[in-house]
Design a protein around this ligand. Sequence first.
Ligand SMILES: Nc1ncnc2c1ncn2[C@@H]1O[C@H](COP(=O)(O)OP(=O)(O)OP(=O)(O)O)[C@@H](O)[C@H]1O
Length: 848
Amino acid sequence: MTMQHDPEQAQHLHRWQKPYFDGKVAEAYPAQKADALRGQCGQIQYAWATDNITELTASMLLKQYAEKYVNVVDNTDGSTGLNNYADGALSLASGHRNESGEWQTSLSMDNMQNMQGVQDLMSASKVDAAKMMNSSTADIPLSEQTASYPVNSSTCMQAGAAWPYPPNSSCGGKDPGVVGQDIGMNAYHQPDMYGNMSAYQDPNGAPYPPPQNVQMQMNHHHGQPVMNHHGPMSHPGSMNHQGGMSHHPLGPQPGMQQGMVQGMGHPGSLQQAASPVYANHQNRNFRANSAPSLSRTSSSPNVQGGSPMNGYPAVSSPSANTAVSTPGATFPTHPPTSCNVPPPGPTTIPAYSSASNAGYSSAPTTGFANAQSSGYSNAPSAHAQSGIYPTSASSLKRKASSMEGGDQNNYGSYPYGNHGNQYGGTSSCRYNPREGGNMADPNRRDCMEESGSTEDQASMNFCTAREQLAINNQKKYGRSKMPTPTASSYGTVKKSLGARPRGPSSKFVPPVLNKEDSSDDGGQLVRRAGPNKQAGMAPNGGEPLDERLKNIEPKLIEMIQNEIMDHGPPVSWDDIAGLEFAKATIKEIVIWPMLRPDIFKGLRGPPKGLLLFGPPGTGKTLIGKCIASQSGATFFSISASSLTSKWVGEGEKLVRALFAVARCHQPAVVFIDEIDSLLSSRSDGEHDASRRIKTEFLVQFDGVGTSSEDRILIIGATNRPQEIDEAARRRLVKRLYIPLPDYPARCQIVHSLMSTQNHSLTEDDISIICQRAEGYSGADMANLCREAALGPIRSIQGSDIQNITPDQVRPILFRDCEEAFRHIRPSVTQKDLDLYVEWNKQFGSGAT
Ligand SMILES: Nc1ncnc2c1ncn2[C@@H]1O[C@H](COP(=O)(O)OP(=O)(O)OP(=O)(O)O)[C@@H](O)[C@H]1O
């Protein structure tokens, strides 16, 4: 069979595939996006190499996807790009990125196409393609192929039957009609995300209408052991294709620069390589060797505990009698199959059984969970339900081996994962923020110094620019110059994020604080060694490490410590004038439960959220502070509007960090001023960043109280309650109207403020003033008194001001107050007040 090229067909495929792919990518995490886009680039190259698309089309598509890829990798926005997560980027690109914005990825259109390795790939592909297509076995019609599917579980594995299996086979094929299309197609290493792979089926496994007659071919490089495989066959609907490849789009290229090569592989997915698909194609379509000498061990450095970065296994045995035997070892994860019988003979082809299951399980469990099943259609779940693959001894063994070898590295450093040591933990220079921000451990030698001469060593010793900088700084300044942030707590209780002098050698110290540890350090919290009973503290005085802060960037924790944690003076209930109803309610539903969680549990448990709404300057913040002081809680105060402005791009991370730190400081009160700007109803014009922050907030909010130990109260304050959307309003269970101070409250405020001043106001004067101040807020009253207090100063001649003593300043007189009324006007209109009253009637907790 000869190669057929139909440009129209290619265009058609592309038109169909693109929206699907783009749709999938749009929903993905940055790391997934990067993977997907990179995979897409590889596929385009393959399609080009196999003449399925023209050079022009390939060039156009490559440019498009490479640009998108670069946009993800170079993007410093943590939610849309990888640059904020150097480790994440590195795990993808392993070496061709650092944290410097200047350093561009090597995967650009120009250099990619010019790379020797890529060019080799192209030419080799063509040669091999021709060979394959000339093979006498290459023309097996679909019907024959289908007939050749193994029909029992023992043969499935031997034959390496491609997933999905034929309908009605015991290998799990579910969707009639899928088979012909999907032979080898789904072998690509990322499910779902790679719309290009799953493009031939919808997430439910139903086949999409295939374009006709696209010729697919095996693409193999027996002459190029390093170029194991490339070109996942991604063309939709290739009903007649002769075998798909499950291989990495580009594969490692001797001529490629390191980053390129490594970046192409998913470090975590490498061990699942050599696939039934592979064997399947060998045996059925190409009649190649039936037992390819591909050993899992040799083909997967990960399994051996080698560097996952080097996940491109060399062909362990080129003895395969056709090029097809080149293992597809870089391709990870096929869905598990029920065909779990180990292959005969010496062959240790990793099945997609538990091995791939292990691969998946160590892959991102959150981010990719859905992708697995949708990407691979119904098959994984079918297999999972069958319960066959996980229980077989051989599969367990494979699973164990894959787990111990390097699976832990899989995806480990992606932001959405919460995995242990990335990169196999072998590099002594890697900075992993999640390991406590220990970015410059003196025990770790300078990355540059460590770098060996070989490429492998260089790879292992790679460190980020930030890390190197920290090391250099340490050398330059020594420990003493490193910042030692400290903080006092709100009120008199020492509350701190546990900062202590931090040098390159010290790990970040989480904030969970034992009172015994915090005494007598003059506000400088220095954690002492010794037994520590609090959660998150390592026993025996070792470095405390609170799990809850593991994934939080240290710099964010510092920000929270310095700018959000409120360390002001304590506030008592008497400091708040009036507002008797609000105060009584708060005492009952918040203070008592916080003081006595043992009594206030279950139905009596405190609400998670409290909304204080009302005109500006009526004491909402004051109440928040008072709650914190009176319940002995740590007070975190942040303005929601600053989340979207001041913390641009960091908003949702900050929200996450805030809640994490609050959890470490329980009981805690998180006061969010202007909460309406965070939780306003969705609108078309809503900025993406705001939406993400809002989502993160709601997620975090819902997480509060999931543990019975949680004693975190979220207080939202707003002047515009009507703008809060329904979902948020529902969560803020108690909604208290904080109105303008009434006459007695205004009198109390004036008394309170004037009590510290020299004045001659009588009770009658104050009464007159407060009657006249009808409609003034608490803040207005405070401003009025301030203005009146300036009266005596203004009466002093300018030249005398430098010479007189304080007791020579005359007392504040009634006329000063009268004068003040001319300057200070009420800040709230009656119209505004009507709105609050209306909203209170509708949604307020204290409405009568
Ligand atoms: N009920 C009150 N009792 C005593 N002082 C008050 C009261 N209400 C307001 N004040 C005074 O007004 C100042 C501002 O109050 P606060 O910041 O609590 O208002 P707010 O309702 O949070 O305002 P905003 O909605 O603008 O954030 C306080 O520092 C205090 O001096």
